[in-house]
Design a protein around this ligand. Sequence first.
Ligand SMILES: *Cc1c(COP(=O)(O)O)cnc(C)c1O
Length: 460
Amino acid sequence: MESEFRRLPSVDRLISEERIRRLQELYPRASLVELIRQYLEHARLAIAAGNPCPSVDEIVESICTQVYALENPSLRPIINASGVILHTNLGRAPLSEEAISAMNGVANGYCNLEFDLDSGTRGSRYVHIEPILCQLTGAEAALVVNNNASAVLLALTALAKKREVIVSRGQAVEIGGGFRIPDVMRQSGAKLVEVGTTNCTYVTDYAQAINPRTAALMRVHSSNFRLMGFTHLVTLDELVTLGRQYDLPVFDDLGSGCFLDTTKFGLDAEPMVQQSIATGAGLVFFSGDKLMGGPQAGIIVGKKQFVDKLKKHPLTRAARIDKIRLAGLVATLIHYLKGEAVSKLPVWRMISAPLAEIDQRARRWAQPLQGLARVVEGETMIGGGSLPGGTLPTRLVAIGGEGKSTAQALSERLRCQKMPVVGRISGNMLLLDPRSVLPEEDEEVLQALQDATANLNPTR
Ligand SMILES: *Cc1c(COP(=O)(O)O)cnc(C)c1O
């Protein structure tokens, strides 16, 4: 083992290696020395554990890989041709130009985040968004936090800790990534009382569960699944009426914050935030980056008496929103106030894109692929815990042939392009959906398709 330690090269020896010297164009010498030191420390531990000493080549290779990785951060933009408009794994909603420019504006320097310019004294970050949310939804008060899960956690902690919250068994859902809404809710210290059965819950089920420890009645959007066949759900209206009888608030977790009538786009009706407020919900929770089409956030609107309590709770500080996303949210909400959400917000532009336009774009995408691709009918999913099972008609570029290998090979190549293009595999085919891609990204898609198919053997 001693001899293995002695074989380990010195920092000086490594820093003078040709490939490492060249790295100094990318990375300062002092930082390289630090990387090498760390590497050698790990290597000494590995040798002590009985491993052989790495060769100089191996060490140089590892240092180079580390520096290149720093030069090319692993988080980067991609093109979402998967046909799921709100894909949590792909970063959910793309933002409007106005939202991006507002975010840039406050990122560039200082801003009056918590500073009242009129009086020159301390202000609140929430004043920039609360009136807009109230105007848009008809609510008395509003608050914004990091994301919707933290919004629900905050509200139940502040208003239902050590008490009971009644929720329908059919709404105790898992939202993806192994996270379950009831688990998040339980973290608040509130006791969840599940009533009804998986497919049927009646208002009497809630009524029978009410007792002196009850703090609220809760509705949760079933998000990513749809009950079919013999079902019964309690309406928000019924819950609010029941709540009034017992002086209990109704909390409504809408998941996706929708302000527009989805039936106008050929979709099922998605509950709208302003409807929940008009119906009398005490608090309504939703995400900023689902159907609302903004940056990640958890938005809470509702009665002032409850929102005021939340504003004072320590968890609000722990889950607070930063200035950059706050600026993006405000710009996004203004699109709704101005009635221009459908033309400005990427999510709604995708939902409202006419089929004929999608068809044309699909044909353009298929061209560089020649014999490999054809345009077929298909469905775009909305995703993001909204409109479970709801799809829009689309045209897909279907690529592949006999066996799986062509589709798999092309899918891999497309993911490795400078601008990666992510599609979906179905059977033997790679499917690319232009509906979840903005028309201004088409040139990049075409470039990626050209590069990825260059010398791909179509008979494979
Ligand atoms: C998506 C969703 C959440 C979680 O929202 P995040 O913004 O991802 O934290 C909570 N509840 C429902 C019903 C959802 O659909």
